[in-house]
Design a protein around this ligand. Structure first.
Ligand code: CA
Length: 236
């Protein structure tokens, strides 16, 4: 079987100046992040749903849709509003900061920025986003995942689950009621550049159902014929 490597933290960089974008991409890749690039707001809108980034590095000055407009759009969408945004501004403009904070932007970095400062802010924002409520994920009163303790409970009883199934279940719990193809699951759960066969997904889906079966929760992981899989609290 293939590697068990899990997906690296993915950052979406939205910046129209290619030299700055490339510099950012190189810096982030060097720091171990996976990078997705967009040169404008509308490309970024597409990528944000396709690539499921953990953080968005967003330039204020963009052609067409501005960074601020993009931030407002993102924060209006229930499925996307949790993704933290760090805004890049050309100068230390207080007015920009206030507008951005009102739009839900998490932090700022002023251009020209130092690599060190940028990486420190990214780390801090990711840490903040990972703390609070997202350490504990619940599916009504039936299923609970504790990320700190790395435990899954079904009606307070421990669910015996392997590391890949844990990761897969975590993905499903944070992306409920949506259908994912095997290819998408490979990309989003196992990560890009990991060469494993699509049927490996089926193997782990089977194991996940088996782990949930003693708790009568196996039907939460649903097969959508001809498409892929979905985690849903509604009957399939
Ligand atoms: Ca720009």
């Amino acid at each position: 079987m293939g590697h068990r490597k899990m997906a690296a933290t993915r950052i979406l960089v939205v910046e129209d100046e290619s030299s700055v974008r490339e510099l950012l991409a190189a810096t982030l890749t060097g720091a171990g992040y996976e990078v997705v690039e967009a040169a404008n707001g509308s490309d970024a809108q597409q990528l944000v749903s396709d690539e499921d980034p953990s953080l968005i590095l967003l330039d204020w000055m963009l052609p067409g849709m501005s960074g601020l407009e993009f931030a407002k759009w993102l924060k209006r969408d229930d499925r996307l509003s949790e993704i933290p945004i760090i805004m890049l501004t050309a100068r230390d403009d207080e007015n920009n900061k206030v507008q951005g904070l009102e739009a839900g932007v998490d932090d700022y970095v002023t251009k020209p920025f130092s690599t060190r400062e940028l990486l420190a802010r990214i780390k801090a924002v990711l840490r903040r986003a990972g703390s609070d409520a997202s350490q504990l994920i619940r599916v009504d009163d039936r299923l609970e995942m504790d990320l700190l303790q790395h435990r899954v409970l079904a009606a307070d009883k421990p669910v015996s689950i392997g590391p890949t199934e844990f990761k897969l279940l975590h993905f499903f719990l944070t992306h409920q009621e949506r259908v994912y193809s095997r290819t998408q699951l490979l990309d989003l759960v196992w990560g890009r550049n990991v060469y494993i066969e699509e049927r490996t997904v089926d193997v782990h889906i089977r194991r996940l159902r088996k782990a949930l079966e003693p708790h009568s929760l196996e039907n939460l992981v649903q097969t959508v014929r001809g498409v892929g899989y979905r985690f849903s609290v509604r009957p399939s």
